[in-house]
Every structure is written in C-alpha cells, then in structure tokens.
Design a protein around this ligand. Structure first.
Ligand SMILES: [Zn+2]
Length: 494
C-alpha cells in the first residue's frame, strides 16, 4: 500500500512537472524573441503617431491587430460581422462667448459663469430663486419662461462630484416646467472655482450614449465663492442671458475583438477575457530633443503585444475555456473603450469569468512582474507559477496610493462583478525612472529592454494558459469590495 501511495505521489508530481514543461513549450512554440521585438518596433513606431483617439494611425493600428488575428485563424466573436467594434464618442468644446446681465452686474462666460450643458440662447426673462431646488421647491413654483436660480447640489452635501448628478436632475425638472435656463450658485470650498473653471473650460471627450442633452435649456454654474449670491438673486426681477452653444464633434473609434472557442465541453461556456488598451495620447508638446510623437511603447504597446501573442498562441493551442481577446480604444480618455464594451458586450457578461488585463505605466525592476490585484482573486497561483517559469518573481501592487486598479480597463469589468487583475511590468515606485517615460515623447521602442520584455511576454501568455485551464472557476477572494456584486452577476444566470 505504502509503495503504491508513493508511486501515486510520484506520478502526481511527474504530471505537474510534465504539464509545466508542456505549457512552457507550447508558449515558446509561438512566442519568439524576434516576434515580440518586431511587433513592438512596428506598433510603437513614429509612423503610428502615438495612436491617439481618434486618428487615422489608430485605425491602422486596429487594422493591424485584426489582420494578424485573421491570418492566424482567430475568429470574430460569435454574432459579430467584423473584428472591430465601433465605439461612439463625442467631443464637446464649450462656447467662447456669453454673458449674464443682472441689474448692473455682468457675469462673463469662462470667467464668472460656466456652461455645463445646453444649446445657444439669447433671452431676457424673469428670475425665480428656488433655494436648493429640491423636488418640493420645484413642485409649487411657476417656472414658465423663467430663468431658475438655485444653490449648488443638495443641502448638507458638500461633495462636488455628487452635485453634477443632482444638477442634471434639477435641469430636467426645470425643463419640464417650461423654464428657459438653470443657474446654480457655486460656493463650494471643496474644489475652488479656479480649478472648476479649468476643468469645465476645456473640451472634453465622452461616450456618445445617445442621451444627448446639448439641445436642452442652458445649465450654468455661477461663481459665488464670495457669497451673497442667494440674497442677490432672491431680490432680482429680471436677467439677460446670451450664450453661444457648445461645439460637438461626434466620431467613432474601434475596439478590436477576437475569439477562440474552448475545447473542454465542461468549461468552454466559460470565457476569459484577455485585454489591453492599444491607444495612446498621440502627438503633443515636443520634448528637449524636439520629439513630439508620444509612441506609448510601455503604455501600452507592450500590453497590446502581450495580448496579441496570447491570441496567436491560444488559437494554435486552444484552452479548456473560451478566450475573448479585446484591444480597447480610448483608455487614455478615461477608460472609454472598456466602459463602452461592458455596456455593449458581444458575449453575455455573466459567462465571462475573468478579465486578465495587460497595461503598463513603465518599469524599474526587471527581476519581477507586478500583478495589480494579485491577492484579490483565486487565480493568484497561476500568475506566480507563470512568472517563476521565466525567472520573474510576481509581486502585488507596491503603490496602493496610486489606485492603479481603478486606473485601467479591468475596473470596468470589476464594477460589473467580473474578477479582474492587471498584469504589468516590474514597478516598485512611481520614481524618476518611471516618470522619465510615463506619458513622455521618449517612451519609444529604442528605450526598452527586449530581453526583459521577451520573458515578460512569455509570462503573460503562460499565465493566460493557466487561467484558461484552471479546474476551478476563478472568483474574487472573500471580503473583496466586488465580491458581492460578483455573486449577484453569476447568481442571476443560474
Ligand atoms: Zn497611459
């Protein structure tokens, strides 16, 4: 008996060793040093002009990813007619000219007043002051053809971020009651008017969700940091508002998506997403050398190529689970490509068991790989094993203060309940070595260590294989902030 036991143990260890070796040889079957280097040198080349959203060069980059996947036999996602998923964006530039004239005070647009939303207007109308403008305040008021003035946000709630949402509700109420404009008195001490002015004064890009309200009544914030606004507007009879409308550009840019079906009948209905954002920030201010092309080699050509190499590897050697490869656009504009994706998924989100995202700010330690969220899911061993295979130690995020988890695309999935991690190069601090390249023109292919990147890429592909084949379905570790929303997502499906 003892002997048999020993033998059984021996076989288990043998099997594990063989399977580790097999995974490594399968990885090295398709991932080559020259292949990684050539792809990076092309994808981050000056000709790609920094892959800004939107740009012709980004479209060429998308086409390149789709073409390689097609060439290797990676399928389009079921039900998709193309590898590209067009994401709808809008870019809003605030108007330059406008003013509000009340008694002998005049408020100038861009200085004393800011337009949050709404069409061009030129009107003179009676003014009604509605305190905080809560539901009750609005209910009893006659607002037909009037300018409504209210205090910012909700009573007892100093959070400016929340005031944006509350303000939109007020505007809807005002519009419903036939008002011509809504003005909120900005007196917050949480964020100064100066900062708000800078934030709202420039153009901003967002998803075009079809909830366009640029054509509605103007919604303005008025600088009341000196106080006294409420008293003034309470006693005011009339005001004159003339304002140009915002300029809105609408456009699309693509997410790129490919699919490889799993081979295990028990597990192939589970999908693992392997993702990376392929956009960067385009052309900008020249650096000391006169270079104005922000190549985005680290951020995030390298992440893109790790996922592309995973697609190449997995289509040649499919996994137990199905694999969905997604290259996101618009990450640098506020994770917009992944936000769009989770609201327009090409396969049901409840079938996705993990988002294994690959994104980078830079690296300052070539002996390690970093997994942001390493201990937050039950898949951590897969990442550690993969790193060990290529002589890289796997470390968790060293800079919790940077909130890296919330700054890349996996968070869009986490918010829906899907376990996510971010695979990233060895980074131990946001130090000078990182800042030298992070969002700088010098982040070019000549500046990277290809020996390290080769091992790093193999580690990613190896980990992809382990996650796609792990017998247990990965999930959040207990107590994680997304544990419950995860339970909700997957329970709904049963
Ligand atoms: Zn970036």
């Amino acid at each position: 008996m003892k002997r048999i036991h020993l033998l059984a143990g021996f076989f288990t260890i043998q099997t594990l060793l063989v399977s580790a070796q097999t995974t490594q040889s399968l990885v090295e079957n398709t991932v080559t040093y020259k292949g990684v280097q050539a792809k990076i040198e092309f994808f981050a080349s000056d000709e790609m002009a920094g892959r800004d959203t939107p740009s012709d060069e980004q479209r060429i980059a998308a086409k390149y990813l789709a073409t390689r996947m097609k060439e290797w036999g990676v399928s389009k996602a079921p039900g998709m007619e193309a590898y590209l998923q067009e994401v709808k964006f809008k870019n809003i530039t605030p108007p330059e000219e406008g003013s509000l004239i009340a008694k002998d005070s005049s408020y100038i647009l861009g200085q004393d007043i800011l337009l949050l939303d709404g069409a061009a207007s030129n009107l003179e109308a009676k003014v009604v002051f509605l305190d905080y403008g809560n539901e009750e305040d609005f209910e009893k008021a006659n607002l037909k053809n009037k300018i409504v003035v209210v205090r910012l946000g909700a009573k007892g709630e100093p959070n400016v971020r929340k005031a944006f949402g509350v303000g939109r509700e007020k505007r809807a109420r005002a519009e419903e009651k036939g008002a011509l404009a809504l003005i909120e008195l900005y007196s917050s001490t949480q964020i100064s008017w100066k900062i708000i002015k800078r934030y709202l004064g420039g153009s901003s890009m967002s998803l075009d969700t079809g909830e366009g309200d640029e054509s509605g009544i103007p919604h303005l914030w008025l600088d009341d940091s000196g106080g006294g606004g409420a008293e003034f507007f309470k006693s005011l009879k009339k005001a004159k508002l003339s304002i140009d409308g915002a300029t809105i550009d609408r456009f699309t840019a693509p997410n790129v998506i490919g699919f490889v079906e799993g081979e295990n009948p028990e597990l192939k209905d589970e999908i693992v997403i392997y993702s990376a954002h392929y956009d960067h920030i385009g052309i900008g201010k020249p650096d000391a050398k006169g270079d104005s092309i922000y190549n985005g080699t680290r951020d995030n050509c390298i992440g893109t190529i790790t996922v592309l190499e995973a697609a190449h590897n997995i289509v040649n050697h499919p996994l137990d689970r199905s694999a969905l490869f997604i290259f996101f656009t618009g990450e640098e504009k506020g994770l917009l490509g992944s936000k769009w994706y989770v609201d327009h998924p090409v396969m049901p989100l409840k079938d996705v068991v993990m988002c294994f995202n690959s994104d980078n700010a830079g690296y300052n330690d070539t002996t390690v790989t970093t997994i942001v969220g390493l201990n937050r899911t039950t898949a951590s061993q897969a990442f550690i094993t993969a790193g060990n295979t290529y002589g890289l130690e796997t470390i968790p995020d060293q800079m919790p203060e940077q909130n890296l988890f919330d700054r890349s695309d996996q968070v869009s999935f986490a918010k829906k309940g899907i376990p996510g991690v971010m695979f990233t190069m060895g980074i131990t601090a946001f130090d000078d070595e990182i800042l030298k390249y992070y969002h700088q023109a010098g982040d070019s292919p000549e500046s990277v260590d290809f020996d390290y990147l080769y091992r790093f890429t193999k580690t990613y592909v190896h980990a992809c294989r382990l996650v796609g084949n792990m017998p247990e379905t990965p999930f959040w570790t207990e107590g994680d902030k997304y544990y419950e929303v995860g339970e909700g997502l997957y329970k709904k499906s049963q």
